[in-house]
Ligand binder design. Structure first.
Ligand code: FAD
Length: 455
């Protein structure tokens, strides 16, 4: 016989992509749900702004197609997608050696076109040789005490210091916006660790499996920007969301749970899907498991800022012929990188105009997040392309103080312990647990929602 709590709805806490996707999935499974979002708007880190014909993304601007979840969600909601523009799909790296395009066929870190790799000046001749020696290094003996290491330590060990500083730090660290010196290899790029153990070498293992982790071409975005996905999700959820509704604590009831919304308000629910960054989730699970709360509070979130600018096309004396440029720490730049948004997506700037987006205040230079000279620093960093006299027609700045959970060495063990400690009716979804990026976030939300179909 079902208990009285089975008549109660399931609560989704947090109205970012994870919470919205989970609520949509619950609805499509026929599970009654209510949603609570602390801020005044839904979407969390996803925010699209428009100025005249310019489209500015303050959060994600595209998702990988290699993992199908985001595309499938857009298709199910009838959100039309646009592919990347057909311009050269490449990126520049600016380091102390200069500004060079990534050599052709360099998927993240792994060369597939050795001629292009060896003739590119991006790494010094010694740096290139050191990377190419990787298959001859032999593997680190597996020990029971060392199950994880930092991405930086792994890349330096296998590919050398220069490959780490010039390639891994901007490209791989940038994906997680976490300093690779603390980023968990097992949680971020586990296939590298697996290949070392199974094939004795990452390059040899990839060559054998042909499973090259090529980033690149396979990105898409909703036509008109990411905000249209949020609007479609909100509409499809059908009025279940309350905004300006911060959940303050969760208490166990004899049947179900009580969500405290402050000022004497609250809601009795059957279970809770926490679609929140780990630190925010830690406060809510504290009363259910003190230990789970303190483990989650050990996963802080780092900040990142975005500056979108509309500029006149005539103010550039070199074409923006790539997706953008990433600056290594060694370059000394105050800006972490640029996306050349209108080159990357096309049709997002209006005639004779260009939209670029600068990232700043990330793990390379966190102190710059609150700086007031961001526009000047961005124009200075764009100098190799932009005339000295150029000023933007319009700018929009967004400073995310807590954007990217810092996935530290030992993350998966920490998370496994948290999940074992929480009651089965409380689940976690979103970035910061098992993956970063929209497809992984949607996958985690669907997994958490699907549990309720079986209960
Ligand atoms: C600048 C930037 C660029 C990015 N680029 C890409 C990209 O190109 N491609 C890609 O795939 N991913 C990208 N990402 C990552 C992507 O945005 C995230 O993976 C995804 O949006 C995370 O969604 P989420 O729901 O897990 O978290 P969030 O969006 O952080 O949502 C959490 C929500 O919970 C709410 N909340 C917090 N506490 C409470 C509480 N107590 N009660 C109620 N509500 C609460 C918050 O207000 C927030 O709305 C980018 C992120 C940033 C910041």
């Amino acid at each position: 016989m079902p208990d009285a709590s089975s008549k109660l709805p399931v609560a989704v806490v947090g109205g970012g992509l994870a919470g919205l996707a989970a609520a949509w999935k619950l609805k499509s499974l026929g599970v009654p749900a209510v949603g609570f979002e602390a801020s005044a708007r839904l979407g969390g880190l996803i925010q699209t702004e428009r100025w005249e014909d310019s489209v500015y993304e303050h959060g994600p601007d595209g998702f990988l197609l290699r993992r199908p979840q985001a595309k499938e969600l857009c298709d199910a909601l009838g959100v039309p997608l646009q592919p990347l523009s057909p311009l050269p799909q490449n990126i520049y790296i600016a380091s102390r050696r200069g500004i060079f395009p990534l050599p052709k066929g360099l998927g993240l870190l792994v060369p597939t076109d050795w001629l292009s790799f060896f003739t590119s000046p991006l790494l010094s001749p010694l740096g290139r040789l050191r990377l190419a020696l990787e298959p001859w290094l032999g593997k680190r003996p597996p020990t029971s005490s060392v199950t994880d290491e930092s991405l930086a330590s792994f890349i330096r060990r296998r590919f050398g210091r220069e490959a780490y500083e010039t390639l891994a730090e901007p490209l791989l660290g940038g994906v997680w916006n976490t300093d690779p010196e603390i980023l968990s290899l097992r949680a971020s790029f586990p296939h590298y660790a697996d290949l070392e153990q199974s094939a004795g070498s990452v390059l040899r293992g990839l060559g054998r499996s042909q499973a090259l982790p090529v980033e690149g071409g396979g990105l898409a975005s909703p036509v008109g920007g990411m905000g249209t996905l949020i609007e479609a999700l909100e509409q499809a959820c059908g009025g279940i969301w309350q905004t300006r509704a911060r959940v303050r604590s969760i208490q166990k009831l004899p049947q179900g749970f009580w969500l405290d919304l402050g000022s004497g308000q609250g809601s009795a629910v059957r279970g809770v899907l926490l679609a929140l960054p780990p630190r925010a989730a830690s406060e809510l699970v504290q009363d259910l498991s003190n230990r789970a709360g303190s483990l989650l509070s050990d996963i802080p979130s780092g900040g990142i800022g975005t500056l979108s600018m509309t500029l006149r096309a005539e103010d550039f004396y070199r074409p923006l012929d790539a997706w953008g440029v990433l600056f290594t720490k060694s370059s000394g730049s105050l800006i972490d990188g640029f996306q050349w948004s209108s080159s990357k997506w096309g049709h997002r700037s209006g005639a004779d105009r260009v939209v670029v987006r600068a990232f700043f205040g990330g793990f390379k230079n966190p102190g710059f997040l609150d700086a007031d000279n961001v526009v000047d620093a961005a124009l200075e960093a764009l100098r190799p392309w932009l005339k000295a006299s150029a000023r933007p027609l319009h700018t929009a700045i967004r400073r995310w103080q807590t954007a990217f959970p810092q996935i530290k060495v030992g993350h998966l063990e920490r998370l496994g312990e948290v999940e074992a400690l929480l009651p089965p009716e409380i689940s976690l979804a979103g970035q910061g647990y098992r993956g970063v990026g929209m497809p992984a976030v949607i996958a985690s939300a669907f997994l958490a929602a699907q549990k309720w179909a079986a209960i």
